[in-house]
Structures are given as C-alpha cells and as structure tokens.
Design a protein around this ligand. Structure first.
Ligand code: HEC
Length: 250
C-alpha cells in the first residue's frame, strides 16, 4: 500500500514529513511574490504631489494672505451686495403715524418764527418777551389767539401778572394752515389746557378767524383783546386726532 497520502506518514514513528505534505500545495497554488497588495511607486509619487500642492494652498490662504479662512477671500474688490428687497415697511409705518403727529411737527417748524422772542422753551425772556407757558392768552379760547396771530399786539400787555410793553409782530402773511399748525403746537406744547380739550386748531378755524378779524388794521391793544370773551372759540369742526378728519358735532 503505497498511495500518495500514506507516503507522507511514517506510521512507525508517528511523524509527518512537512515538506512532503506541502508538495501538492506548492505545486497547485504557487505564491506570486510582489504583485497584488503592494503600493506601486507611481501611487506614492502622486500622493506626495497632492500633499505638496494642497499644503501650499493652505499656506497661501491661511498664512500668506493673513485672512485665514474668512469668507472675504471669496469677495472681489468691487463686490456690491444686492440691495435688500423692499417689503413696503416704510409706507406702512408712515400711514400709522397719527395725523396729529404730522400737524404738530409742522407746527414746530412754523414756531421757528417765534423762537427769537418766546424762546424754544416757550418761556420767553423776563421783562422783554412774555412766556407762552402758563399764559392765560394761550390757555383760554382760540378766538383771542386767532386775533393775536393775525395782527400782533402793541403793548402794554399783561401776561401772568407781568406787564410787557413791546411789539408782537403780525403773522397774517402766513397761510391759514401754517397759523393753525403753530397755534396747535403752542397750545399743546406750552399750554395747560382744560380737561378734555385737545388744543387743536384747524385750517378751517383759522379761516374763520381771518373772516372775523381780517378787516382790523394794525396791532391789537390789550383793551381790544380783552373785549373778546376769554373762553370764545373759533368756529369749525373738531377733528379726529388719528385721521385729521372732521368729527360730527363741531
Ligand atoms: C419780535 C418778537 C416776537 C416774535 C417773533 C413773536 N412774538 Fe409773540 N409776543 C411778543 C411780545 C413782545 C408780546 C407781548 C405783547 C407786547 O409787548 O406787545 C407777545 C405776545 C404774544 C402772545 C400773547 C401773550 C402770551 O405770552 O401768551 C402770544 C400767544 C404770542 N405772542 C405768540 C407768538 C407766536 C405763536 C409767535 C410766532 C409765530 C410769536 N408770538 C412771535 C413778541 C414776539
């Protein structure tokens, strides 16, 4: 019995010939040295190349330009951002401003005519120009004020217990609207109005004043002004402070 299997085993000593045992394996399946599983030289060269170029790029952006990785490295010198789209917010807000706000801010502009004498504070200059703050002429009815604005006053005039004796110039060269605005501004800013009185004088009311007092010539005297009832108001409809539209009743 000398089959190929048996010849590798020495049954008497119990040893196996390892060389003989592997003969068949070596014959059938030879190892291919240096092929599969090895990195070719070309691959190593390519990798080095990539690392060198990449490193150079990082050095450029991060170190040489000093700009790190900030986004502005992508911006050109003439870059202009797109304008933000308008959502119509301005127009919407403008509509929300109450009529009285506009009326008052216009009145404040007209009041620039008065600042030299009555001062921005409305406190006047003691002994020379009377205050509008705490003045019975401002706090009273609007008829007297309408008359004063159109023709001015030739002193002496008593205001808050003090007598002033100068000349308050006429303002009838200003439009009814401007006069209405400035009187509104003076009354609402400096006056101490009775409860429930909004202090507003409208263009219509100033027009009524011009109709009533327009024919007067020269500045008023104190006696003439006192002849107008202290609480008399110019005729004209009251207005809604939000919209400026006339409200019923008048
Ligand atoms: C050149 C100075 C001068 C200017 C400008 C002037 N006023 Fe007068 N105003 C006077 C004087 C002075 C009196 C006091 C009467 C007098 O002495 O003739 C007076 C009196 C008044 C009074 C009544 C008294 C009081 O203090 O309440 C009112 C109201 C008034 N002025 C409002 C105005 C308004 C509003 C303007 C601007 C549109 C104006 N004045 C501009 C000088 C001036």
């Amino acid at each position: 019995m000398d089959s190929p299997e048996e010849k590798n085993i020495d049954y008497e000593t119990g040893t196996v010939s390892a060389v003989d045992l592997h003969d068949s394996v070596r014959r059938e399946n030879p190892l291919d040295k240096g092929g599969q599983g090895r990195i070719g030289m070309a691959a190593v060269v390519i990798c080095c190349f990539i690392l060198i170029i990449g490193g150079g790029q990082i050095f450029q952006t991060f170190v040489a330009n000093g700009s790190g990785f900030s986004s502005n490295i992508y911006l050109t010198k003439d870059y202009q951002p797109m304008p933000r789209p308008s959502l119509g917010g301005d127009a919407a807000e403008k509509e929300q401003v109450a009529w009285i706000e506009d009326w008052m801010s216009d009145g404040k502009k007209v009041y620039n005519n008065c600042i030299a004498c009555h001062q921005a504070s409305g406190l006047g200059i003691p002994g020379q120009f009377p205050p509008l703050v705490g003045s019975e002429w401002v706090d009273g009815g609007t008829k007297r004020l309408g008359a004063i604005m159109l023709h001015g006053i030739n002193g002496p005039l008593k205001v808050g217990g003090q007598t002033y004796n100068q000349l308050m110039p006429p303002w009838n060269n200003l439009s009814d609207e401007k006069l209405a605005q400035v009187v509104t501004y003076v009354r609402r800013s400096f006056g101490s109005l009775p409860e429930g009185e909004d202090g507003v004088v409208t263009t219509e009311m100033m027009k009524a004043a011009r109709d009533e007092f327009g024919a007067h010539t020269g500045p008023y005297t104190e006696a003439e002004l006192l002849a107008i009832p202290a609480d008399a108001n110019l005729s004209g409809a009251k207005v809604d402070l939000e919209t400026g539209d006339p409200v019923g009743g008048g």
